[in-house]
Design a protein around this ligand. Structure first.
Ligand code: SF4
Length: 321
């Protein structure tokens, strides 16, 4: 289904509504920025199953093999209602390209949710669980990038998430023709090389279509490969490998000082003192200077809108610059 913008499912308490149990709303710089660039579908599973605002907090409780969703003090059980809501909601959900859920929530959390032995004033158990709604999302929407807003403060995770969202959206918007597929594969060549060189070759074989499959089957198999490609975040060394390849396009035309400058920045990237975007900015300037039409199309050098670029990294606790 074609869409003007990527479609992202988001927990409604992040930047959209005061629907947390205590009536609060959460801020998230990336969700705030994305509002102009994507179509958000919001959901608050706890409100949807009839719990009001404000409301008694709920928690996950272990009962033998099972995990229950109960009110923290009264112990009222909302497990069935949440599971039924999640199944129904996901069934009716239109095509989406990503999902941002509230971290550590017993409903929306995708990891690190505290689990308790019972209701009442009692310490949590060792270990953690997945929120009930979050678990259904992860199990059902296989291949869709899912993150929580906390993890998206990490620069590499955020870059990976945004890249995956825009890649899936771009692919899902293609009209089904071999010409479009070849063009898609070509403009993503260096991005795929950074993600996984083996799978880049496998995707290339699908596009070559030596078995002469019909176009629809080729698209289905290519999309499955795409999901495999983005299933793991690229390593620094893979990005450096691609940066070296791309540098090769300009090597002959650069002065010694320009080359030295590029390589000193590459070393700073290798030692985590500069973000990838710093190197990409240098290359993009060369693309304009030498009018390189092939590289200008490469998504590795601009995988998502430039306005979404931010060098903030919670790992470093600061901006790079
Ligand atoms: S975490 Fe999920 S259930 Fe809780 S307030 Fe936010 S949207 Fe609602």
């Amino acid at each position: 289904m074609r869409s003007d913008k990527p479609r992202i499912l988001v927990s409604r308490c992040i930047e959209f509504d005061h629907c947390r149990y205590d009536g609060h709303i959460l801020s998230s710089p990336i969700v705030h920025k994305l509002k102009e660039h994507v179509e958000f579908i919001t959901v608050c599973p706890e409100v949807e199953i009839g719990l009001g605002v404000p409301r008694e907090a709920i928690r996950l409780v272990r009962e033998g093999e099972n995990v229950k969703l109960i009110k923290s003090m009264s112990g009222d059980d909302h497990t069935k209602a949440m599971e039924m809501f999640a199944d129904d909601f996901i069934r009716k959900l239109p095509e989406i390209h990503g999902c941002i859920l509230k971290s550590r929530s017993p409903s929306c959390g995708i990891k690190d949710v505290k689990i308790y032995p019972s209701a009442g004033r009692i310490a949590s158990l060792p270990g953690s669980e997945t929120g009930l709604f979050g678990k259904k999302i992860l199990h059902t929407l296989v291949g869709i990038p899912v993150e929580d807003e906390g993890r998206l403060t990490n620069l590499r995770l955020r870059e990976h998430f945004l890249t995956s969202v825009y890649l899936l959206w771009d692919f899902d918007n293609l009209e089904t023709s071999m010409k479009n597929l070849v063009s898609f594969h070509t403009r993503n060549k260096y991005l795929f090389m950074a993600y996984n060189q083996v799978k880049l070759k496998e995707a290339g074989k699908i596009v070559a279509n030596h078995e002469r499959l019909n176009v629809k089957d080729v698209f289905t198999s290519y999309r499955n490969k795409l999901v495999e490609i983005i299933s793991k975040i690229p390593r620094y060394t893979s990005n450096i490998n691609v940066l070296m390849h791309v540098f090769g396009y300009f090597r002959q035309n650069l002065s010694k000082d320009e080359k030295d400058y590029y390589f000193s920045n590459l070393e700073l990237y290798r030692s985590r003192q500069l973000p990838l975007i710093a190197l990409i900015t240098i290359i993009r300037a060369w693309i304009e200077r030498f009018d390189d039409k092939y590289l200008r199309e490469q998504t590795f050098l601009q995988p998502y809108p430039v306005e979404l670029i931010s060098s903030y990294d919670s790992d470093r606790g600061k901006m790079y610059y």
